[in-house]
Ligand binder design. Structure first.
Ligand SMILES: *Cc1c(COP(=O)(O)O)cnc(C)c1O
Length: 410
């Protein structure tokens, strides 16, 4: 008899973006001629840059000839890409990471979920709240979350990040955690942690044998040079943190699929007997068994981001999105809204007016200005009373959207 993993049944069927899509469909039925602008999209809109496209064409041509054709590549990724990462993402910032600490993958979403296979089911998981839903739902599937009561999983430790604490997660958290997910620059709040704030997490992790899962998917959006782009900029982090990176938001790879995970060699976790086990060989074993590598074409595409033209072109697209972010922030603040983010991240996190819930504001904005945002409560209980705007639209759509919001409020 095949028995199902009943933890899956605990997950709410409605994924946040499915609920939003439903509301939009209802609106369209009653307002068939209205055009809606989305400031809720979590996908990029600008095409791949010429350096990347050139590399992909070249890699494709190589696949057409027997002598240059590539079949299975190394499960950990090709050396050419791992070397480019070591040199450009780490050495250039004074961080010593070796190429066998880098594991190329098909994006950060997979590995932020997959990494849990290395850890027992009874670890206590901590998340900042609001949170990227993947961290929570993937732990629900693994049976680590307990039961859902009033929007909170009983066994997950929620670390609130709200206007009251300046969106900085408290260290140590109220309850002890074994594994904690930190995502900076943050999705959904668009906020960052200073070196000092992040150092406190490292101190806590080192003293208490806590593992930090650090999602740096948005590091390319950091403009303030004092903000750490990698957790390994802080001493001791290699002993307590795994870092996830992605080319999705960095270079528009949401459809190409490529990212990487860093598992330092000195990083360990404990057996019940208190023995320290290195995680790098464990992850290598896991990947070699369950993953057959990212496509050669995607990896050549990623390598091209590190060429001088690639760097320039990628930066210009990031600047394009950040122009949207700055305009949005200015507009919302000038209308009297309280908003954060948008300075080192492509997200703006806005407080709804007093007494107005996330979903109420979503409806008001949709019906009043035909603009879609993302209700903050969809990212966790501490997201109630907030909405998220993204800067991934075109300039034209963003300008029109801000115009409409301005007219709606005045
Ligand atoms: C978009 C995003 C990612 C990237 O996911 P990919 O699978 O690499 O496309 C990872 N983490 C967060 C928080 C994100 O918002």
């Amino acid at each position: 008899m095949a028995l199902v993993n009943e933890h899956f049944l605990k997950l709410s069927s409605g994924y946040l973006f499915a609920d939003i899509a439903k509301k939009i469909r209802v609106f369209k039925v009653t307002h068939p001629d209205t055009d809606i602008i989305s400031l809720g999209i979590g996908d990029v809109t600008q095409p791949l840059c010429p350096a990347v496209i050139g590399a992909m064409h070249k890699a494709t041509d190589e696949m057409a000839t027997a002598s240059t054709f590539r079949g299975y590549g190394p499960e950990q990724g090709y050396e050419f890409l791992r070397e480019a990462i070591v040199k450009n993402d780490y050495q250039s910032r004074g961080i010593r990471i070796s190429k066998d600490e880098i594991f190329i993958n098909d994006g950060a979403k997979s590995d932020t979920g997959n990494i849990q296979e290395l850890f027992r089911w009874d670890n206590v998981i901590g998340v900042t709240d609001p949170v990227y839903p993947v961290y929570v739902d993937s732990n629900v599937m693994a049976g680590r979350a307990g039961t859902l009561i009033d929007g909170r999983w009983s066994d997950i430790v929620y670390i609130p990040c709200t206007a009251e604490n300046g969106f900085v997660p408290q260290v140590p958290p109220e309850r002890h955690v074994d594994v904690v997910y930190l995502c900076y620059p943050n999705n959904p709040t668009g906020t960052v942690l200073t070196k000092q704030e992040l150092s406190r997490w490292i101190d806590y992790a080192l003293k208490n044998d806590v593992l930090i899962l650090y999602d740096a998917a948005y590091q390319a959006y950091i403009t303030d040079p004092s903000i750490p782009r990698s957790i390994y900029e802080i001493r001791g982090a290699k002993k307590c943190a795994i870092e996830f990176r992605s080319y999705s938001k960095t270079a528009g790879f949401t459809g190409v699929r490529c990212g990487y995970t860093v598992v330092p060699k000195e990083l360990t976790a404990l057996t019940l007997d208190g023995e320290h086990i290195a995680l790098n060989p464990l992850w290598n074993r896991r990947q070699s068994t369950k993953f057959n590598g990212t496509s050669y074409i995607s990896q050549r595409a990623a390598e091209a981001i590190y060429s001088p033209e690639g760097k320039r072109q990628v930066q210009s697209t990031i600047d394009y999105y950040m122009q949207n972010a700055h305009k949005m922030l200015d507009c919302l603040r000038s209308l009297g809204f309280k908003a954060v983010g948008g300075e080192n991240a492509p997200y703006i996190w806005m407080q709804t007016p007093e007494g107005c819930s996330s979903w109420q504001f979503f409806d008001e904005l949709l019906y009043g200005a035909q603009i879609v945002c993302t209700p903050g409560v969809g990212f966790g209980p501490s997201g109630e009373g907030y909405v998220r705007f993204t800067a991934f639209g075109t300039h034209e759509a963003t300008d029109r959207a801000l115009d409409r919001i301005d007219k709606w409020k005045n």
